[in-house]
Design a protein around this ligand. Structure first.
Ligand SMILES: Cc1cc2nc3c(=O)[nH]c(=O)nc-3n(C[C@H](O)[C@H](O)[C@H](O)COP(=O)(O)OP(=O)(O)OC[C@H]3O[C@@H](n4cnc5c(N)ncnc54)[C@H](O)[C@@H]3O)c2cc1C
Length: 424
């Protein structure tokens, strides 16, 4: 089945917006074995697509963004079919260190100077409510994904020194965010780190991203979502009432709406100004529960590039950073040993009691925007097509925001933050 001939005619005129999805060289999203895949857990099963299909919403992408969007669309009573060219939870999501932070990469005071203080406050608040939304969906669906609420410690660095952190903490407190400046003594007793102070915040969390995404997909399948893989969408043609998608096996899908949750491949489709793909590295140590810092908070630095670290349920330390502004995956992969050694040394500089030998090491790519904000919303020139892109260090939090915004857009409901994240 497909759209009407009027739809097909209209589709032709709109092809410039989204055509030739197949001409895009797929990005190698990650290399090495992320800690979450180390237990040999079985992957998600999904069926290939053998016939044409008609559905309310087609979601392209089987990662965390697609999973959260699908969950929200099912909640709205819509029929949903999902397609992934690799398989479900096989892209960037398993590479994630999955710190669920409300803190955006750009400090509130910096973002305020860039986009205005009222808009920056809205972005930070929306991010905080993104983490809250994730927590409540995980609880509502009863997902067992090692979710734990955590504080964060934001350490001084080359972007903000202690005086800068003081201004940042004051700006956050003024708009009611749960952050305050702590001194050297408090930081030492919470983390064992010897620095002059830090911003201490409540309201963040950690999770196992593979268990979370697989749990969401299993729940979606039980609630009627049609999951298809491996299926590559090679063409998206928006029409007046239907969007027509073509697959690599030449099936045709007619959808009332399309959600592009294709992760960092998307920036290759839409060359948005200010967005770029960068490379990043991460490692996990062996379990060492006795050596961990007392609060087990999430730790990151006001630096560029920054180091970040967290603990896992089984007592490992996960650390990442060393980001570099290139997307050449061969170069990125050749650097795994060097970059991970550097991450380990920086980690030991902060927490000398740790055994920093990597039990897992991996590399991935990251989408980054100049403002640190995501791009979520209707694709310009492509009615009924929505995209989720431009994620920085808190991509999963942004995926949760995107799910809510795209659900509202498809239902024709207003969202107060459409202007903040629009694709433009
Ligand atoms: C090392 C690392 C550490 C990170 N740490 C954090 C962190 O601590 N906290 C945080 O919030 N975020 C973090 N992130 C970012 C976070 O992991 C990502 O934002 C998130 O996983 C992106 O999910 P996604 O679903 O958008 O993309 P993906 O998981 O990549 O899923 C997209 C899917 O779309 C499919 N696809 C693409 N094109 C097509 C097509 N044409 N047809 C069919 N399928 C297609 C791909 O096969 C892929 O499976 C980290 C990322 C990395 C790499």
């Amino acid at each position: 089945m497909a759209g009407s001939s009027a739809d097909r005619g209209r589709a032709g005129s709109n092809r410039a917006a989204l055509h030739a999805i197949d001409a895009i060289e797929p990005l190698k999203l990650r290399t090495g074995t992320p800690v979450w895949l180390g237990d040999g857990a079985r992957g998600m099963s999904a069926a290939p697509l053998r016939a044409d299909l008609k559905v309310d919403v087609a979601v392209i992408g089987g990662g965390i963004s697609g999973a959260l969007a699908t969950d929200a669309l099912l909640q709205a009573g819509l029929s949903v079919a999902v397609f992934d060219r690799l398989g479900f939870v096989r892209g960037s999501t398993p590479a994630s260190t999955a710190m669920l932070q409300f803190e955006i990469d750009q400090p509130l005071i910096t973002l305020g100077r860039r986009i205005g203080h009222a808009r920056a406050a809205r972005a930070w608040w929306r991010s905080a409510s993104g983490v809250t939304r994730l927590r409540s969906r995980i609880a509502d669906l009863g997902l067992r994904c090692d979710f734990r609420e955590r504080h964060t410690a934001y350490l001084p660095g080359n972007l903000l020194d202690l005086a800068g952190l003081r201004s940042e903490a004051a700006a956050r407190e003024r708009i009611g965010l749960r952050s305050n400046l702590i001194d050297r003594h408090a930081l030492m007793s919470l983390t064992g780190i010897d620095k002059p102070g830090a911003i201490w915040s409540a309201g963040s969390a950690e999770v196992n991203p593979v268990k979370l995404a697989r749990g969401l997909w299993r729940s979606a399948a039980k609630r009627g979502a049609m999951l298809h893989a491996p299926v590559e969408i090679i063409d998206v043609a928006p029409g007046e009432r239907w969007v027509t998608l073509t697959t690599d096996a030449d099936c045709s899908i007619s959808a009332g709406h399309v959600v592009l949750a294709t992760g960092y491949s998307l920036t290759k489709l839409f060359k948005l100004p200010g967005y770029r793909i960068i490379s990043t590295w991460a490692m996990a140590t062996a379990p060492q529960p006795k050596a961990l810092w007392p609060s087990r908070c999430l730790i990151w630095e006001a630096s560029d590039p920054y180091l970040y670290c967290r603990t896992t349920r089984d007592g490992r330390v996960l650390a990442g950073g060393e980001d570099a502004a290139f997307e050449d995956d061969a170069r990125r992969d050749a650097l795994i040993a060097t970059k991970v050694a550097r991450i380990g040394r920086t980690l030991r500089g902060l927490l000398p009691q740790l055994d920093i030998a990597p039990a897992f090491a991996w590399a991935g790519c990251f989408g980054e925007s100049a403002s640190g904000l995501p791009a979520i919303g209707q694709v310009p020139g492509a009615p009924r097509c929505y995209a989720v892109m431009g994620f920085g260090g808190n991509g999963i939090t942004f995926s949760a925001i995107a799910a809510e915004m795209i659900q509202r857009a498809i239902l024709g409901l207003p969202d107060p933050d459409t202007d903040l994240f629009r694709l433009a």
